[in-house]
Design a protein around this ligand. Sequence first.
Ligand SMILES: *Cc1c(COP(=O)(O)O)cnc(C)c1O
Length: 443
Amino acid sequence: MYFHGTSKINAQGHLEIGGCDVADLAKQFGTPLYIVDEALVRQRAREYVESFRASGLKFQVAYASKAFSVMAMCAIAEQEDLSLDVVSDGELYTALQAGFPAQRIHFHGNNKTPDEINMALDANIGCFVVDNFNELYLLNALAGDKGKKVQVLLRITPGVEAHTHEYISTGQTDSKFGFDLGNGTAYLAIQEAAAQSNIELLGVHSHIGSQIFEVEGFAMAVDKVAGFAVKVREELNITFRVINLGGGIGIRYVEGDTPLPIAQYVKAITDSIINNFTNADYPLPEIWVEPGRSMVGDAGTTLYTVGTSKDIPGVRKYIAVDGGMTDNPRPALYESKYEAVLANRANESVEETVSVAGKCCESGDMLIWDLELPKAKTGDLLAVFCTGAYNYAMASNYNRIRRPAVVFVKDGAADVAVKRESLDDIVGNDVIPARLKQTSAAK
Ligand SMILES: *Cc1c(COP(=O)(O)O)cnc(C)c1O
């Protein structure tokens, strides 16, 4: 079994994370429970920041908050000198409520509404990553209405696409995001941005995919972006001060996943930037990145209680837990794979192969197929690893199941970062219209 961060088996044979016995956490906070290894999050943040410092380039590491957007995580990002990406008013509000400095917030998204743009303008955020022409003109107009000039990156589609283990380089990329580099749209967008009086163009942004294990795709993107920068400088006399290379580096979910060490990824892209721009006699730009998954993914563990089981002789044995696709939709959405242990019997040897089902009324509500475990009994605890990114963030109330609590653990302390939803929360926004409120007596 592979243990991430501070996770280990303690003297009781229980899984321990951040110095906390997870059986105690289950008793104290109930299950399902998201457990975040705070030391591991901070370690990842520092790996990014220190690797960039070593490059000598100016930089910003912007945590892509969509991976796990809660106020406690924004507070940690602030303390670790990160910047923050948001993609909606809700993520922006979360960051602002957490006291995150607005100047370090970058606003993403392919369809920002006028209300969202106004909210971000009023908050004086640091940068808008403009995705399309509609947004460019709208942002310019709304900024003008407020007498403001805003800093902007243009999101370009560099024609490099990562399919996790391989890359394709195409002339024209079929994507809903950004200005296409290959067909001249990005060039036109630069000209248009430069012509808007309330826009200050800082440079360009590219994001090629997610859960990426090799440097090649990033290096290809740097080459394309650098080539574009040089052309724009020569022909339009516009110099990019910032190049943003997006997020995307992968993490180890299961055996066989071989992620890039963060330092190696940062060295590869910064070397590539330095080479490309120095060779072109171009002032070295500031480099920004936007890690999401690699910042929080392996720091998260979801703890469940085992309930029922169903053995179909010769076919398969199912065990069911008290959560499922409502707290982790990724297996159902992407066929994502996870590893897990029986957290209260973590030393015991494997006795059988089971498949872990959730409790939703969907056959597709499966968390793990073919997991080797000791014989699990009702009441045992199952810990599923690497659930820090895109789990709580994607959780739903399907079947009116309440979203779990989130606790941050560190050095033996466990603190609630998000409360478990109550049954009152479930009906909190429901209204029965007056005309439906006839009593049975009135019928
Ligand atoms: C999703 C996203 C990220 C973060 O991606 P990870 O794979 O989680 O690192 C960064 N930038 C943009 C624009 C994104 O859409």
